[in-house]
Write a protein that binds this ligand. Structure first.
Ligand code: NAP
Length: 261
């Protein structure tokens, strides 16, 4: 199977750690030219250095906060300027805070909308003129909450399903430009975000983080958390030339955790 990612230009959003970083790394290993981005310049510098030592595709970084419209406009324009094109876009962001309906304020709702849905819309809007030139691929990172709501993550449960509606609609609108767009939803992939959530839930239930992890893993048929590399492999396939006919779909990478059909 030929991925044909060598020399392709990719913008991977929220890529200073976790899933975004693993996707950026996989793309660099395949010879793509990758722009990484997050709010933390120091971390980006370190990751860019680490990825450039793979001696495969090129890597550069731009600091940007994706809740800010002007920073998204600058990010996309500078990515295209740096590499002379933009063909692949991976939308990703930090997770929203936890809470229940009675604790979440209007401000929380607005912030989660900006971070987890509006940022994807704005990134696609800015990238579209470049993607239209020779066709392109978009992958939107969501959460297993697109299939089964996660207790305590009301903001995620609400806005991630919005990503699915956006993806499905744009698959039809963008097909004429040969732009394929899909959603990939992690179940429990071992990143700092998941470690943080396990710690928080452990405190809530009065158990240790290790006990919390055991509980979570017992609900996963494969019996373990996924690795960021396993998640990145699926995203990379969808971005590659090997995916030429799947668009508008949602894919769970969850070790069988979600039981919904
Ligand atoms: N890991 C899982 O199993 C899992 C499961 C379900 C859903 N998800 C979702 O998938 C996404 C990625 O997960 P992860 O585990 O990789 O999370 P993570 O380890 O917390 O990483 C989040 C990334 O987002 C960046 N970021 C946060 N806010 C940003 C902003 N306003 N502008 C630009 N970048 C921003 C962070 O960088 P800076 O702090 O440097 O800005 C970091 O690079 C999250 O939305 C998470 O909720 C993950």
């Amino acid at each position: 199977m030929e991925l044909q990612l060598e020399g392709k230009t990719a913008l991977v959003v929220a890529s200073s750690q976790g899933l975004g970083k693993a996707i950026a790394q996989r793309l660099v290993l395949e010879g793509a030219n990758v722009m990484i981005t997050s709010r933390n310049e120091e971390k980006l510098k370190e990751v860019a250095q680490e990825l450039s030592e793979l001696h495969k595709g090129r890597v550069a970084y731009i600091r940007a906060d994706v809740t800010k419209k002007e920073e998204i406009q600058r990010l996309v324009a500078q990515t295209a300027e740096t590499y002379g094109a933009l063909e692949l876009l991976v939308n990703n962001a930090g997770g929203p805070p936890t809470g229940t309906f009675e604790t979440i304020t209007d401000e929380d709702w607005y912030q989660a909308f900006e971070l987890n849905l509006l940022s994807y819309i704005r990134l696609i809007r800015e990238a579209l003129p470049y993607l239209k030139k020779n066709g392109g691929k978009i992958v939107n990172i969501a959460s297993s909450s697109i299939k089964e709501p996660i207790p305590g993550l009301l903001l995620s449960n609400t806005f991630r399903t919005g990503i699915v509606g956006l993806t499905k609609t744009l698959a039809s609108e963008f097909a004429q430009y040969n732009i394929l767009i899909n959603t990939v939803a992690p179940g429990r992939i071992a990143t700092e975000r998941v470690a943080f959530l396990d710690q928080m839930n452990a405190e809530k239930f009065g158990i240790t983080k290790e006990e919390m992890e055991m509980r979570m893993k017992s609900a996963i048929p494969l019996g373990r958390y996924g690795t960021p590399e396993e998640f990145a492999n699926v995203v990379t396939f969808l971005l590659s030339a090997a995916n030429s006919y799947m668009t508008g779909q949602s894919f769970l990478v969850d070790g069988g955790m979600v039981k919904a059909i």
